[in-house]
Design a protein around this ligand. Structure first.
Ligand SMILES: Nc1ncnc2c1ncn2[C@@H]1O[C@H](COP(=O)(O)OP(=O)(O)OP(=O)(O)O)[C@@H](O)[C@H]1O
Ligand SMILES: [Mg+2]
Length: 231
């Protein structure tokens, strides 16, 4: 089943948040999801360990360059989607994970430094395509986007991506306190308390649209996709 790797060599671009939201939305919609946590800081694993059991979702920790092939094979056999969370750095693991993926998602905040980290990944994808004939479909998801104003930096990043003909998701991940709090609270947007978290309904809607767009680009198991469309 499809493997989606999240990559940006700049730390803090919003990779783990994007993985967490997609994983929990896909599981909520009926898909079986496994996340491979290949980041030595284990944010994804810590969130998962602090959460009550989440049906259909599992997280595998301690994924390394040496173990990723085996972990991927095991996860693919048991899941409708496998998501890989990478550290924010250039590493041999990055190239290996990309080579094993069906789709690469590049989270980029609307700022120049993040765009540069995203560009490293795009260059690597181009290199693999041109030199090794390994064409891995990929898209950018804009992250931490302000719901009220469009900054000049964000417009510049969008312009750069359009110039390079890079596929950009129509749904950006909006800056929401719910997306920060989820790491502290554990659980998912669907188990959080709407009385305590501001704009939780908007956060849920944003996460749903984001996940639906990815399901359209990277179809997984039919049963899960049908359930998601019917939600
Ligand atoms: N959409 C968002 N709304 C609010 N806060 C966010 C959002 N996306 C990310 N953050 C916050 O920004 C910080 C960095 O995000 P995150 O950990 O997802 O990035 P990362 O790319 O995985 O970082 P690293 O490279 O260190 O693994 C975290 O504190 C996270 O809570
Ligand atoms: Mg991370």
């Amino acid at each position: 089943m499809p493997v989606i790797t999240f990559a940006n060599t700049k730390g803090g671009a919003g990779k783990t948040t994007a993985v967490l939201l997609l994983a929990s939305e896909l599981a909520h919609a009926g898909h079986r999801v496994t996340v491979l946590d290949a980041d030595p800081q284990y944010w994804m694993s810590r969130w998962f360990d602090a959460s009550p059991p989440i049906p259909r979702l599992s997280v595998i920790s301690y994924v390394t360059q040496a173990s990723i092939d085996r972990h991927l094979a095991e996860a693919q056999a048991a899941s409708d989607y496998v998501l890989v969370d990478l550290p924010g750095a250039r590493s041999p693991l990055l190239a290996k994970a990309i080579g094993l993926s069906d789709h690469v998602l590049i989270p980029i905040q609307g700022c120049a430094m993040d765009a540069q980290g995203g560009a490293h990944v795009l260059e690597l994808l181009q290199y693999l395509g041109e030199k090794l004939g390994m064409h891995v479909p990929h898209s950018v998801v804009l992250t931490r986007v302000n719901s009220m104003v469009t900054t000049r930096a964000l417009l510049a990043v969008k312009g750069l991506l359009a110039q390079r003909n890079v596929d950009v998701l129509n749904t950006p991940i909006i800056e929401r306190s719910a997306y920060r709090d989820i790491f502290d609270c554990g659980g998912t947007l669907h188990t959080m308390d709407g009385e305590r978290i501001s704009n939780l309904d908007k956060a849920r809607e944003n996460a749903r649209l984001y996940a639906e767009e990815i399901v359209r680009r990277v179809p997984g198991a039919q049963v899960g996709a049908a359930r998601m469309a019917a939600r």
